[in-house]
Design a protein around this ligand. Structure first.
Ligand code: SF4
Length: 429
């Protein structure tokens, strides 16, 4: 078991911990993750370098979701943008549409910006191809459009933590994971899975968030300098498959012997958490505004803040004691300068974010007058309801679209979008 001073104890035990973890991983690890495969489509040998681009995309997607959920998104992304250059050349709307359903859209925008940054840097330095890199096979991506060797992108991928962290939206753990996965560099990681495993290994009574420097030291101490890519992947696989949040499978764990939480008898009680804060609750009145031609009015959110750059149906917060119809009429007058007749309720839906809970009360509205103005958004458009699929919407709005189409008896036609731009107020990202 880990000694009374966990850091010194782990330092002494690190060689044995590496051997036992890597032995387990060789037999039971996840060896078919597509962006970690070698050029022949099989497991990659230690020291062989991989293309950082698909790894980077995967790491950003994994910041917010589990591997089985993000895998189809990753394949779709690599099929659409098989190289960094194609990503850099894409329109932001195309990027957001591909991200639709993953949430945290600012990450997609930052990935896009980062791609443009690297391509611009390559152009500035006259670089054509990186010195290293091998392809994630097209078969692994599952993309008919993926080129035979998409990895040889004309961009200078960073080879240091600082270089990756200089790109938008990349923290230390993501940067380290890319470095170790692509270049087999000894960079310690500290994602949620790793924090949980380490917290249990030493049975610390404090939440990891309150002792991050210490956890970074622990991860660094344990890292195998000879096989950093394999070790980091093994640690992540341990956290994803055995040392899971509620019912850790300690009976099959290679670290059961030294694990202090297991010895204490209740490993699931770690990591210790701070008491949850109360989450605010808000009611949002939403207007689905139709004009005389049957077109519906949508607005594009500002790039800053939650769901930046996505499209939505206009509306806003209900004030205390205000009837919801009055909320919708007021918000549309304040933010779009239009007058509407608020009609029947279309749908009510609840949506929980990590920091707040929202209830959307959605009403059909008839446009009475006033030229729509983008007073609190980037731009507004009148769109045929059948063509709404051409715009990236947050998840809650997708349910509003489904309800609208059902009410109108309309079949979606993603490709055919008739839209009329009625105002524009572009803001920089
Ligand atoms: S013994 Fe159990 S709690 Fe400890 S690291 Fe292994 S799975 Fe996690």
């Amino acid at each position: 078991m880990v000694a009374a001073d966990p850091e010194r104890g782990l330092e002494a035990m690190a060689p044995n911990l590496r051997v036992s973890l890597l032995g387990w991983w060789d037999r039971h690890g996840r060896h078919s993750i597509p962006w970690k495969l070698g050029p022949d489509g099989g497991p990659v040998a230690d020291g062989i370098e991989l293309d950082p681009y698909p790894i980077w995309v995967a790491e950003v997607m994994l910041q917010q979701t589990q591997l089985p959920v993000m895998l189809p998104y990753w394949r779709r992304w690599l099929a659409a943008f098989p190289s960094l250059e194609l990503l850099a050349a894409a329109e932001e709307q195309q990027v957001l549409l591909l991200w639709q359903g993953l949430g945290y859209y600012s990450r997609a925008r930052r990935l896009h910006q980062g791609g443009r940054q690297l391509v611009a840097a390559a152009a500035q330095h006259g670089q054509q191809r990186p010195a290293t890199g091998t392809a994630t096979p097209a078969a692994a991506i599952g993309a008919a459009t993926a080129p035979a060797s998409p990895a040889m992108a004309a961009a200078p991928f960073p080879r240091s933590l600082a270089g990756w962290q200089a790109l938008p939206g990349l923290g230390r753990s993501t940067a380290a994971s890319i470095l170790s996965s692509a270049f087999d560099q000894p960079a310690a990681i500290l994602d949620g899975n790793v924090k949980r495993v380490l917290a249990r290994l030493i049975a610390t009574p404090l939440p990891p968030a309150r002792q991050l420097a210490r956890f970074w030291r622990l991860s660094d101490t344990l890292l195998d300098p000879q096989r950093p890519r394999a070790f980091n992947q093994a640690l992540m696989d341990l956290g994803s498959t055995l040392c899971i949040p509620r019912h850790p499978a300690c009976g099959r764990c290679p670290w059961r012997g030294p694990c202090a939480a297991y010895a204490a008898g209740d490993p699931a009680k770690y990591p210790v958490k701070d008491a949850p804060r109360a989450v605010p609750y808000q009611v949002i009145g939403v207007g689905v505004v139709l004009d005389g031609a049957g077109r519906v009015l949508i607005d594009q959110r500002l790039n800053e803040g939650l769901l930046g750059g996505l499209w939505e149906f206009p509306g806003g917060k209900q004030e205390q004691g205000e009837p919801i119809a009055a909320t919708i009429a007021r918000e549309l007058a304040e933010e779009l300068a239009i007058e509407v007749e608020v009609g029947e309720q279309l749908i009510v839906l609840d949506h929980a974010y990590s920091h707040k809970k929202l209830r959307f009360v959605v009403h059909l509205c008839r446009w009475l007058g006033g030229e729509p103005q983008p007073l609190a958004c980037q731009q507004l458009r009148w769109v045929e309801p059948a063509g709404l699929d051409a715009y990236p919407f947050p998840a809650a709005n997708a349910r509003i679209i489904a309800a609208l189409r059902q009410r109108l008896g309309i079949v979606p036609a993603a490709a055919a979008t008739e839209s009329l731009q009625v105002g524009e107020n572009r803001l920089s990202a």
